[in-house]
Design a protein around this ligand. Sequence first.
Ligand code: 5AD
Ligand code: SF4
Length: 437
Amino acid sequence: MNKSFYIATMGCQMNEYDSEFLAQQLMEYGYAPADDPESADIVLINTCTVREKADQKAMSLLGRLTRIKAKKGADMVLGVAGCLAQKQGQRLFDRFPQLDLIMGPRELTKIREILDPVLFQQRKMLATRLDLPPLNASKTHQIQKGQVCAYVSIMQGCDNFCTYCIVPYVRGREISRPPGDILQEARLLVDQGVKEITLLGQNVNSYFWEGPGNSYTFPSLLEMLGHIPGLLRLRFTTSHPKDLSDNLIRCFQDMEVLCPHLHLPFQAGSNSVLERMKRGYTREHYLDLVDKLRDAVPHIAITSDVMVGFPGESHADFEQTLDLMKKIRFDALFSFKYSDREGTVAAQLHEKVGEKEKRDRLKVLQSLQKEITLQKNKTLEGKRVAVLVEGQSKKGAQLMGRTATNKIVNFPRDKGNMGDIVNVVVKTAFINSLKAE
Ligand code: 5AD
Ligand code: SF4
């Protein structure tokens, strides 16, 4: 019988992409996907460590899987991949002696070299190099049957070193993929039936590639990809406000295929907090950017990330965050409690905000945002929206798709087929979705 593998994915879209890449590599190696870890010969967890909660989730899953491994013994290979693996390295072997392999996010291309000694020599493998070339799935990226939307990574790593963030330490220095590889991968996906591509990178605005005789910035990369026949929608994430150029804003105006949605993390509304985060912009600059974007494309949706309780964040600082949210009125907001990440500058700062205070601030912030999101969604009631049909609704009885502005819409089955863009009228707006008919 064919040997099988199971990959559990935690964390961000980049990790989902990385897991798909890993799965592809394992399938080429002759392994078949298993439905659950119990029945798999190789079990990998692709981990996240961006916030403390992510660590806790990964550790508890690891605990569960090591118990399965204890029962199965040498019949099961158990490995940890991704950002937590990079951060903890050998310490994970010390804590979980049942583990067979530990590999950082930059090592995924080397999966066969890492697996072979585990499989054939019963060795434990620790692979955490960061100076490796970016993943290249331009010839191998296969989609699931019926998949309409897909990710393409355009760069790896990050050079920004925001003082709270662990990503530059675990994903290494920023490196952009060659535009030809990105184009090839996007075409391969569209040939398989993909209609929407989301370009991924920790800071896509600083994409830069230089070859003999030509160079590419992020806007020129977008322009090139915009011409792929059959690609209906193009998106990207994540952007850094300090690198958002006028040229990129122009792309939103000029390129029909580029969806009018921008995820632009602001993190904090107070200039003194932004400075201590080393974000490289002020609240005024952020507000200006949003004005420019809305002048250029009035219906653009803007979403963001924010955190509460950065070391030294006073009540007045926090009020500035709420004030910025009221001024901008984001379409949606991902909000987090600050947590110390080992090795970062912020972890060394004094004046830590207490857990209860962070919880209280998060609650206030989230209830404000809920109100704003609902009000914004309600303005769509009675309006006709264009939705790309992606699949079944969560409850399964309806179809689900998203507007170009990235709002989830559920609607009756007879309204369209998977992969079509259909026009539906919004009947009821909720916080996280719209119901149409
Ligand atoms: N604590 C809390 N939130 C964090 N983020 C990144 N690092 C931390 C941290 N140490 C949040 C930021 C980022 C998102 C991916 O995670 O808001 O944009
Ligand atoms: Fe998590 Fe950040 Fe790593 Fe993504 S890049 S897996 S969010 S730590």
